[in-house]
Design a protein around this ligand. Structure first.
Ligand code: ZN
Length: 127
């Protein structure tokens, strides 16, 4: 087993965005497995979540980074999100803010922001 076979995504629970994010991260980082931390509207969850909710996300990132050796966490927003129905422009702002928030938690990982567009393609919002 080679090293660095895991990467991490904080993604929506929406079934339409799982495979696009997995495939994009596999390709981009050469990692076989993508640990998926899912919520309904993840950027809203991160930016408006309670302390307990954020602690729960942090615990999952810790497992992914410390036990699986992931060195990148993607925060993902997407088109037509029922859990966080806002315009793309607003969503991109939330993605950027969420990236800064996750960075501030101090894990030894790169944090990037992704947007899954209306064609279910992954675009980089922030890295
Ligand atoms: Zn969603």
């Amino acid at each position: 087993m080679s090293e660095k076979t895991f990467a991490t995504a904080i993604n929506c629970m929406d079934g339409r965005v799982q495979l696009p994010v997995i495939h994009w991260m596999q390709e981009r980082y050469g990692t076989e497995y993508i640990d998926m931390i899912t919520e309904a509207g993840p950027t809203k969850f991160l930016l408006e979540g309670s302390e307990d909710q954020l602690v729960s996300v942090q615990a999952k990132i810790k497992i992914s980074a410390d036990n699986h050796g992931s060195n990148v966490v993607a925060v993902v927003g997407h088109h037509n999100c029922a859990g966080n129905p806002v315009e793309r422009e607003v969503k991109e702002g939330q993605i950027k803010e969420s990236v800064d928030l996750v960075k501030s938690w101090g894990f030894n990982v790169d944090v990037i922001g992704l947007y899954v567009n209306e064609n279910w393609e992954v675009e980089v919002v922030k890295e």
